[in-house]
Design a protein around this ligand. Structure first.
Ligand SMILES: [Zn+2]
Length: 521
């Protein structure tokens, strides 16, 4: 089954992770059994993904050559690798450019060849096979390692793991690939431009012919996503290939005996999931002070699978926490714009609309006053916000979700950002030393960094001047009655109910399961 994924460039990664994979599978089996007991089945959208996965239309680049079993017999890719006769007897140590070697293949033939193949599965191995030799260890070596001193046996894949601080230009140079080639590839299309976005730890694979000509390359961006580029004559075809991720629902449930952390782990949750759970109810429950023995939690979360093996946890989909007899719920909802949030059963956001202060660990240096003496302007002025003294460079966070409506320089404010929250509220952050990436017009989340403390404009020292406006009127940010949470707009409520109803039902069945289990004890 696995070998059907012959185009899968990440197949090697998966094999490497096999040992751990088995462990995960074992753990999963236990979970799955538990889930089955609870009448809990569930591929969320696995079928759709599978359909995509099996779609033979998806053009992909071939595989590294060491995947011998994956090349099916009669696969159309077998490139006519007519090795020049001299080559067959070329000793292994022969240098790359021998004068006696024939001229490179004409351009036309090369182009045709590239179009023919959905991509060369072809490898050194096949090449050797065609010349009548046995595919041997040499062929493997040629694909696994850098092969400056390897025999020339047609196209071969080379793999390079990107390290910190490395640039594409340098990688190309090290491979003896020209800077102009890189330039042409990156500028060949929008998709190909993504090649410039490399990260440490990612893998680059090059398919090089025996003249060190680049036939194809793959940037393995993640276990799921890779960018495939192949030469088509003078041009390049680029394509982003995503592997189908199968999503399943898993559940966990537990009762607090010692702490959320310990009992969360007992319930099979990872540390990250425990943090996520605590954050969901962070506005409802003070987990340091209010948690009690006997409190209960249950949750549904997503598990993501690649080719049948668990690859990571997805988000929590629904959760319930019973704290001192009171039940809190959090349901994940994705609206038609693709933005997600957590809401209670009535559609009220789990987060309060605003956090009180935009920076951590800051001292209030000046409060909201209708009138005060301005030390720089040397006259009486009202102070319509709160000043927080903090070192230059301290991150400033948006106190609520909203949209940046102004980012720029405004007289005495210096560098200032104004965020609009719904139709009623505005927050303003002044004297910044620099802005974050959030430009005017962009949406920001609560807690997202929008800039850094400074003393631009009229300021005696580095501080944040913060204003809170309700319907255009300045209010004291420290005392203004903040809206508890913003409910979903009426227009989204129906979709919310529809999307979360099955989760609520499943959560209830998990709860029931718990009760049955505990009454049997
Ligand atoms: Zn101020």
């Amino acid at each position: 089954m696995i070998h059907d994924y012959k185009f899968d460039p990440a197949i090697k990664d998966r094999r490497r992770g096999h040992g751990r994979g088995r462990f995960v599978v074992l753990a999963l089996a236990v979970l799955a059994a538990a889930a089955a007991l609870l009448h809990f089945s569930g591929a969320l959208d696995g079928s759709r993904n599978n359909a995509e996965l099996q779609n033979p239309e998806i053009p992909t680049v071939g595989l590294p050559a060491d995947e011998e079993q994956s090349a099916p017999a009669g696969h159309k890719v077998s490139i006519p690798l007519e090795l020049p006769p001299a080559r067959q007897t070329t000793p292994a140590a022969q240098p790359a450019a021998t004068p006696a070697q024939p001229a490179p293949q004409p351009q036309v033939e090369r182009a045709e060849r590239s179009l023919l193949q959905s991509m060369p599965d072809t490898s050194a191995e096949e090449a050797v096979a065609q010349t009548g030799d046995k595919p041997g260890e040499q062929a493997h070596a040629a694909t696994e390692h850098d092969t400056a001193a390897m025999p020339e046996m047609g196209p071969r894949w080379l793999t390079h793991t990107i390290s910190r601080g490395e640039s594409l230009a340098r990688i190309f140079q090290a491979r003896d690939l020209s800077a102009s080639l890189l330039h042409r590839i990156v500028n060949s299309s929008k998709t190909a431009q993504q090649l410039a976005d490399i990260r440490p730890g990612q893998e680059l694979r090059f398919l090089l012919d025996d003249e060190n000509g680049l036939e194809a390359m793959i940037l393995v961006k993640s276990p799921v996503e890779s960018l495939h580029i192949r030469a088509t004559g003078d041009d390049f075809a680029a394509e982003l290939v995503s592997k189908a991720v199968e999503r399943r629902i898993a559940s966990a449930t537990g009762t607090i005996e010692s702490s959320l952390f310990v009992d969360g782990q007992k319930a099979g949750l990872t540390d990250a999931q425990i943090m996520e759970l605590a954050a969901l109810f962070g506005w409802d429950i003070d987990f340091a002070l209010e948690i009690r023995a006997g409190d209960q939690f249950r949750l549904l979360y997503e598990e993501q699978f690649l080719d049948g093996e668990k690859f990571r946890n997805g988000p929590i989909l629904a959760a319930e926490f019973v704290n001192q007899g009171k039940t809190y719920q959090a349901l994940r909802f994705e609206d038609d714009q693709g933005s997600t949030g957590y809401y209670d059963a009535e559609g009220r956001n789990k987060r309060r609309a605003f956090i009180r202060t935009p920076i951590k660990f800051a001292r209030i240096s000046s409060r909201f006053t209708p009138k005060r003496w301005h030390p720089v302007l040397k006259r009486w002025r009202s102070h319509k916000g709160v000043d927080y003294a903090a070192p230059t460079g301290t991150p400033i966070k948006a106190t609520g979700e909203g949209k940046v409506i102004f980012r720029g320089w405004k007289g005495g404010y210096g560098r200032v950002v104004i965020v609009q929250h719904g139709s009623k509220y505005q927050t303003l952050y002044a004297h910044m030393s620099k802005f974050s990436r959030a430009k005017a017009g962009s949406k920001v989340k609560q807690g997202q960094i929008i800039g850094y403390v400074g003393k631009s404009g009229l300021a005696t020292g580095p501080h944040l001047h913060y204003e809170f406006r309700v319907d255009g009127v300045h209010r004291n940010p420290l005392t203004v009655k903040l809206p508890k949470s913003l409910p979903l707009p009426e227009s989204k409520l129906a979709a919310f109910k529809q999307q979360t109803a099955p989760l609520v039902a499943q959560l209830a069945s998990v709860a029931q399961g718990t009760m049955v289990a505990s009454s049997e004890q």
